[in-house]
Ligand binder design. Structure first.
Ligand SMILES: CC(C)(COP(=O)(O)OP(=O)(O)OC[C@H]1O[C@@H](n2cnc3c(N)ncnc32)[C@H](O)[C@@H]1OP(=O)(O)O)[C@@H](O)C(=O)NCCC(=O)NCCS
Length: 179
């Protein structure tokens, strides 16, 4: 209808042939959409996360986010407050439990987007959580490279951190976030 009106008045509309822009959104994890997180984690990680993990995540508010690319959920990050490991001192830090991007969507900057959200939006609001730390399975070079590229330092290994997963040892990585 609109097109025929336009042509009857002799108007020509240039067609927009530029590629559509990618739409990226960070979305909270809640009780209604947590099933997505279960499916992502089953695909992304060798470890099985129990119901308690998902119950805590839906309560964690800003500490967990999905990343959507053009309305498709392609990854997520989940953190919690946790006591620092002894090698990092005393007190609490922000523990990065999971961060993953589906294989076909990697190296597009989406993992960085989720991590930057945690480092630049969550941590500054919680100055007591200026130390971010996580475990990375021995041999997971992709993740080690990713975190190193974001200024994380490897502060040692935790032996037999993983149960029923080989290799069972984990690197402990950490980054101090300035307020
Ligand atoms: C680690 C992971 C989250 C990275 O996500 P991603 O969206 O691919 O990361 P980005 O595109 O933001 O990468 C940022 C930088 O990290 C480094 N990096 C990421 N993947 C890398 C790889 N496979 N090899 C070397 N460097 C890598 C690069 O410096 C990269 O920048 P560049 O692409 O400009 O070179 C993703 O590989 C993943 O989901 N892995 C499986 C789950 C996992 O092991 N999570 C970590 C433990 S919680």
């Amino acid at each position: 209808m609109l097109a025929s009106l336009a042509s009857s008045k002799g108007t020509t509309h240039a067609q927009d042939l530029s590629p559509p822009k990618n739409r990226v959104a960070l979305v909270e994890v809640n009780v209604n959409n947590v099933g997505l997180l279960r499916r992502l984690n089953a695909t992304l990680f060798p470890v099985e996360y129990k119901d308690g993990f998902y119950r805590d995540v839906v309560q964690s508010g800003e500490l967990a986010r999905y990343v959507y690319l053009n309305d498709v959920c392609v990854g997520a990050v989940c953190c919690k407050r946790a006591p620092l490991p002894p090698s990092l001192g005393s007190g609490e830090g922000l523990y990065l439990m999971t961060l993953g991007i589906l294989q076909s969507y990697r190296r597009l900057g989406l993992g960085s987007l989720l991590l930057d959200y945690i480092l630049t939006q969550v941590c500054p609001k919680n100055p007591s959580l200026n130390q971010v730390f996580l475990h990375v399975q021995e041999g997971n070079q992709e993740a080690l490279d990713f975190y190193r590229s974001h200024g994380f330092t490897d502060v040692g290994m935790e032996k037999d951190y993983y149960v029923q997963v080989t290799p069972s040892d984990a690197h402990i990585l950490t980054k101090t976030v300035s307020p």
